[in-house]
Write a protein that binds this ligand. Structure first.
Ligand code: FE
Length: 332
């Protein structure tokens, strides 16, 4: 899992030690993500399955894509499809992914890069591995997170942010035992590059075996910890977690994460480090009407989105793309 790594964490800025009266958050639930297949067939873990949307708010959905070692000809993507009413955030840990949309956004991301697409009032897009990777095969591992937009911002202009791995703000814990990559939001006074409509924070943390992390976390944000790989414990109560599990935490000031010690019977031999994504945001607390690629406030708005999509009002496939013959996506 490369994403962004550093040789020596002691050269990085450190998050502060918790103040004396800090309230460490407790774990409310731990759920295990079921595995499935997305789009044309790449393997995913549905990170938020079975969790009440009110606990996730402002987040809606998250897929861990891979980790998978593709054989030549095997890598898969999606075909062109619409979205309205929310933002998609794609964070790539290994491999390469291409993205293009009907609003002129798009680009290629690889190891540690992030694409942040605000669908707003409506956009059409395609997400897939580049042709060279399809031919060669190779390692692929990423995350796609859906962030809701409040009613007042569901109709904003689509926007595309290309966040490079080197723009992530790198931090460490007071003893240097954890590497933190701040992708969005403010953590202990250090702000990540992602610009969000809904106030939120997203951090990818690698915790060394036996190390502990007390991540300062805005008390008005919710807190979710998803395990990408490895094993450890979360929260002041030390709830055990492993690969593919999501911990929802209660109120407090910090998010505590502890990596399983090497040699412990719960240690995962293949991945001694504990890799987690920590997410939090300001809950929107509005009704959610969600169907397929549309996230609105009422059922009628979702029906309108479906009508608008089939009438081409969410955008059309750019002419240059049609000329390249990639209307149906590479995987077909
Ligand atoms: Fe999509």
């Amino acid at each position: 899992m490369p994403a962004v790594t550093v040789e020596d964490t002691t050269t990085l800025a450190r998050v502060p030690l918790p103040a004396p009266r800090t309230v460490r958050r407790r774990v409310r639930s731990v759920t295990t993500a079921p595995s499935g297949f997305e789009g044309e067939g790449f393997p995913v873990r549905r990170a938020f399955a079975g969790v009440d949307l009110r606990a996730l708010d402002p987040f809606l959905h998250m897929d861990q894509m891979g980790e998978v070692e593709y054989a030549p000809g095997e890598p898969k993507g999606t075909s062109w499809h619409p979205h309205r009413g929310f933002e998609t955030v794609t964070y790539l840990l290994d491999g390469t992914f291409e993205h293009a949309d009907s609003h002129g956004g798009g680009g290629t991301i690889s190891d540690g890069d992030t694409q942040w697409m605000t669908a707003g009032g409506g956009v059409l897009h395609i997400e897939r591995p580049p042709e060279a990777l399809v031919l060669s095969g190779g390692l692929f591992h990423g995350l796609q997170l859906w962030v809701n937009l409040p009613a007042a911002q569901k109709w904003v202009e689509p926007r595309y942010q290309d966040l490079r791995a080197r723009q992530s703000v790198l931090l460490t814990s007071p003893d240097g035992g954890a590497l933190l990559r701040v992708i969005a939001g403010d953590v202990g006074g250090h702000r990540g590059p992602g610009s969000t409509y809904t106030p939120m924070a997203m951090v990818h943390a690698t915790v060394s075996p036996g190390a502990s992390l007390d991540l300062p976390w805005r008390p008005d944000f919710n807190a979710l910890v998803y395990v990408l790989s490895g094993s450890g414990s979360v929260g002041v109560d030390g709830a055990p977690v492993h690969t593919g599990q999501l911990a929802v935490l209660g109120p407090g000031d910090t998010v505590t994460v502890h990596g399983t010690r090497a040699g412990d019977r719960h240690a995962e031999a293949r991945t001694p480090d504990l890799d987690v994504v920590v997410l939090g945001g300001l809950p929107i607390r509005e009704p959610i009407a969600m169907y397929g690629p549309f996230v609105m406030n009422t059922r009628q708005e979702v029906l309108d989105a479906m009508t608008d999509a089939s009438a081409g009002r969410l955008g059309t496939i750019p002419a240059a793309r049609v000329a390249h013959g990639d209307v149906h996506g590479l995987s077909e």
